[in-house]
Write a protein that binds this ligand. Structure first.
Ligand code: NAP
Length: 559
């Protein structure tokens, strides 16, 4: 989404629309999970069509090409495991890959495995309708494709539906504006420009240092400060890469059996209260200096569970901010104090706090004085006017559910997904929504999503769906649906788990708090990827407990 004269990243290509075609499976989205779904389902001999709104593959790493975009999980891990030759041959230049390297990798995979021919680019799905009589999904796109399929796999991304706050006056702005997740492919020059950056989550924190490097002046409009740890990114040493490649098989297996689907050996020190303040500081300094700041969160066993223990870690991080930022008032404004560390997605930065020591950077508190309007010349807060040439919205997403609810999905009996999810995004095992047969979600609500490493968990979810499809087709079933009872039980389990964690103390996108009017519930399965995978496997082994399977196209029980 952009208000500039330059074209946005997602441009429809000229390929002819597919009209009234049939397929076994429609995959929505050619991001990392969607690409793997194409690979996996084609191997089953199924006819697969993929619709991708962009004109290239990579999903998140196609759209989020904003300055400074970089993954915050090591690339040796944040990569596909399904093909050993691929993981042995591919070379990651840095620990944490920049967007361009991730996009190049997605393109390589699409070409190497011949997946591109299955994808219709520039084809944004705008309607998905389940027809009960035939048990078929009718999927159509904005550019006119119409495909009927038995199954749909929605691999459309947990962080895809762009959130641009509804500030009055945006249309009147005389400069250029961009949302970070719809960044143009063409270079955006900040040279000599007065830039305003709204939002200081993971994205804003990555963008600010890069933009500040060339802008005449950067105003960072901050509503809530984030906890950010140093990424300590650097070129990947050959011996480290060699060591990983020599142990890929067992490490990937360990990742699949871990809470976050990552390989992160960490020395745990027990309770933070078992140590003197000096000992704690020494241990936390080690973690801070480590290659991966996320290790910090796991160094002590109780900082993620108890508010008192968490406060010790939070204060350590605030101390780091105060050490780096020379103006004490600015430092204090950058110190998060209203929620526990880890209760919102922890950020990883490269020089974020140092940015505020630059003479061309100003931090503006829009908690105290909110943005009231975009004006022709810039932006107005409750306290002041700011003249700007470029506005960057790093304001996040209608996360987890937004990509599906914006697609006009109707299930059995014509029920609208938005109506079904009006109170909460009810689902079963994060895969299915009762009343929407044969529609499988990847990284949807109810799954571990962003709380685990998404390429590995995406591969696992796709494998689960593929094995379900195999079972259904082999045994002659027309449809599978979740039961409303199983869905209720899954919601209750999700609530119970989330209610015991520190996540409840933050107004985060995890609970939908960033979107006005969005129902509030913790949308992500928090019991760990390992437990989640066991549960999903078990439910299938137990004769598809919680699902109804039908051989004919008769209506499934409506929720
Ligand atoms: P985000 O975490 O939702 O942050 C959005 C920011 O915009 C917040 O600071 C928010 O303030 C602010 N904002 C929203 N509406 C506003 C308004 N009306 N006025 C003023 N400020 C407003 O979004 P994000 O930074 O794009 O990150 C989303 C997720 O993407 C991350 O949590 C992470 O999972 C993923 N991500 C990962 C990476 C990585 O791997 N390195 C990089 C980027 C993103 P409030 O906090 O007050 O709402």
């Amino acid at each position: 989404m952009t208000g500039s004269s330059t074209a946005a990243a997602g441009r429809a290509e000229a390929a002819e629309p597919l009209v009234t075609q049939t397929a076994d499976v429609v995959v929505v989205g050619a991001g990392f999970s969607g690409l793997y779904a194409l690979y996996r389902l084609r191997k089953l001999g199924l006819k697969v069509v993929c619709f991708e709104a962009g004109d290239g593959v990579g999903g998140t790493w196609y759209w989020n090409r904003y300055p400074g975009a970089r993954v915050d999980i090591e690339s040796m891990q944040y990569s596909y495991s399904f093909d050993d030759e691929l993981q042995q041959e591919w070379r990651w230049p840095e620990y944490f890959s920049p967007q361009a390297d991730l996009e190049a990798y997605a393109n390589h995979v699409a070409d190497r495995f011949g997946l591109r021919e299955l994808i219709r680019f520039g084809a944004r799905v705008d309607r998905m309708r389940f027809e009960e009589r035939t048990s078929r999904w009718h999927v159509s796109t904005q550019r006119g494709d119409q495909v009927t399929a038995k199954y749909v796999i929605a691999a459309c991304g947990a962080l895809n539906a762009t959130n641009v706050p509804d500030f009055p006056g945006l249309d009147s702005f005389r400069g250029q504006w961009y949302h970070t997740s719809q960044w143009p492919k063409e270079d955006v020059s900040f040279d000599g420009k007065r830039v305003g950056l709204i939002g200081t989550g993971s994205t804003g924190i990555q963008a600010a240092p890069v933009v500040a490097g060339s802008a005449a002046h950067l105003h960072v409009f901050q509503r809530t400060p984030a906890y950010s740890l140093p990424a300590n990114n650097r070129p990947l040493p050959p011996d480290y890469e060699h060591e990983w490649k020599g142990h890929y098989a067992e490490r990937r297996a360990q990742m699949r059996q871990s809470f976050t689907a990552t390989y992160m050996p960490v020395q745990q020190y027990g309770s933070v209260f078992d140590y003197s303040p000096e000992e704690r500081a020494r241990i936390l300094e080690q973690a801070w200096a480590s290659r991966n700041g996320l290790l910090m969160m796991r160094t002590f066993t109780d900082t993620g569970k108890s508010l008192e223990a968490n406060e010790i870690l939070a204060e350590f991080i605030r101390g780091k901010i105060r050490q780096v930022v020379t103006d004490p008032d600015v430092a204090e404004l950058l110190c998060p104090k209203t929620y526990p560390v880890g209760a919102k997605r922890i950020c990883m930065d490269t020089g974020y706090y140092e940015t505020f020591n630059r003479p061309n950077v100003t931090l503006v508190d829009v908690r105290a004085n909110p943005v009231i309007a975009i004006t022709p010349a810039g932006l107005r807060t409750a306290a002041a006017e700011y003249d700007l040439d470029i506005i960057i919205f790093a304001t996040g997403f209608d996360a987890v559910t937004g990509s599906l609810t914006r697609m006009n999905v109707t299930g059995a009996g014509g029920i609208d997904l938005r109506a079904k999810w009006a109170r909460r995004p009810a689902n079963y095992l994060g895969f299915m929504v009762a009343g929407f047969p044969n529609l499988f979600m990847i990284h949807g609500p109810g799954s571990p999503g962003v709380l685990a490493q998404m390429i590995t968990t995406g591969e696992w979810q796709v494998d689960w769906v593929a094995s379900v499809i195999e079972d259904l087709d082999r045994d002659g079933y027309a449809r599978i649906d979740a039961t409303p009872d199983a869905e209720d039980a899954w919601s209750a389990e999700m609530d119970e788990m989330a209610g015991k964690t520190l996540y409840r103390f933050a107004d985060s996108w995890y609970v939908g708090a960033n979107i006005p009017g969005k129902p509030r519930s913790f949308m992500i399965y928090i019991g760990g990827f390992d437990q989640y995978a066991r549960r999903c496997t078990q439910q299938v082994r137990d004769g598809y407990e919680g699902f109804t399977l039908a051989r004919d196209a008769s209506p499934s029980k409506l929720p």
